[in-house]
Design a binder for this molecule. Structure first.
Ligand SMILES: Nc1ncnc2c1ncn2[C@@H]1O[C@H](COP(=O)(O)OP(=O)(O)O)[C@@H](O)[C@H]1O
Ligand SMILES: [Mg+2]
Length: 258
């Protein structure tokens, strides 16, 4: 077994990267897949969302990114069967300036997971916003990238900016980034987009605009349960699996397993 590695990326914050990473991991785990979630965001939201106290950790992704420990020395079991976590803490902020000073700065994560890929079916990497070295390490380490979009007025512009960032990475490193899937999160037909643009089906419109960028585009409806599950520190699959947002993430997880 060699794991499939997937990065969740967008240069903007609040587009649903962490939410998608965690909830997809939950449905993969329910399907008896062994999953490792790597939290590469100093905000450590993925760590909290999996029920781990980020203020009470030993070694974390900071230590991995500065080359002090192997990633396997940071991995924790979570309360959720089949999900392991390589946690983040706020310290991780400090690793970026270290990365700028070394060679191979874009492939630290890729090399760090080589030895553990055989233990997992899926490795999901949650990256922070911004065009910095963490997002680059995440996408370079991955077989493909899932882009999450908040379906507002600027969603399409966001995709264009992101594809420029990825083109840059490709040109400077030779690493081809596979954009397999986009997820429009918190979808709501009565969104601001619809009101401003006076359009009847903004989601359809955005999907159409994304043709050419992605093989598939999924939507996840807004659901208070998503937020509640995060507060409880479990994926939606282990809280209210049948709610609408849950069912949407289940379908996405099925596509991931295809
Ligand atoms: N489908 C959804 N329904 C309700 N709230 C959502 C949904 N998706 C994301 N959210 C909320 O939106 C916020 C931003 O999502 P998050 O995944 O943290 O974004 P990012 O990781 O891209 O910064 C979070 O508070 C999260 O709970
Ligand atoms: Mg996040």
């Amino acid at each position: 077994m060699v794991s499939v590695t997937i990065a969740f990326a967008h240069h903007k914050g609040g587009t649903g990267k962490t939410t998608s990473c965690i909830n997809i991991s939950g449905y993969l785990a329910l399907s008896a897949k062994k999953v490792l979630v790597i939290d590469l965001d100093p905000q450590a939201n993925a760590t909290s969302a999996l029920g781990i106290d980020k203020n009470n950790l030993g070694e974390s992704m900071y230590d991995v990114m500065v080359g002090a420990v192997k990633i396997e020395d940071t991995v924790l079991e979570t309360e959720i069967e089949n999900i392991h976590l390589a946690p983040a803490t706020l310290d991780l902020v400090g690793a970026e300036s270290y990365l700028y000073r070394i060679n191979n700065r874009i492939s630290i994560l890729k090399r760090s997971i080589e030895g553990i890929r055989k233990y997992y079916d899926y490795i999901l990497i949650d990256t922070p916003p911004g065009p910095g070295l963490f997002i680059i390490n995440g996408v370079v380490a991955s077989d493909y990238t899932i882009v999450t979009l908040d379906p507002g007025v600027f969603a399409l512009e966001g995709v264009e900016t992101l594809s420029l960032i990825f083109d840059d990475i490709n040109e400077s490193s030779g690493v081809k980034i596979n954009l397999r899937m986009a997820i429009l999160t918190r979808c709501n037909k009565a969104s601001l987009f619809a009101k401003i643009a006076g359009r009847s089906d903004p989601v359809k419109e955005i999907r159409k605009g994304m043709k050419g960028f992605f093989d598939s585009v999924f939507t996840v409806p807004y659901g208070a349960e998503v937020y509640e599950a995060q507060l409880k520190g479990v994926p939606i699959s282990h809280y209210k699996p049948k709610c609408k947002a849950g069912v949407a993430y289940k379908e996405i997880a099925e596509e991931v397993m295809r």
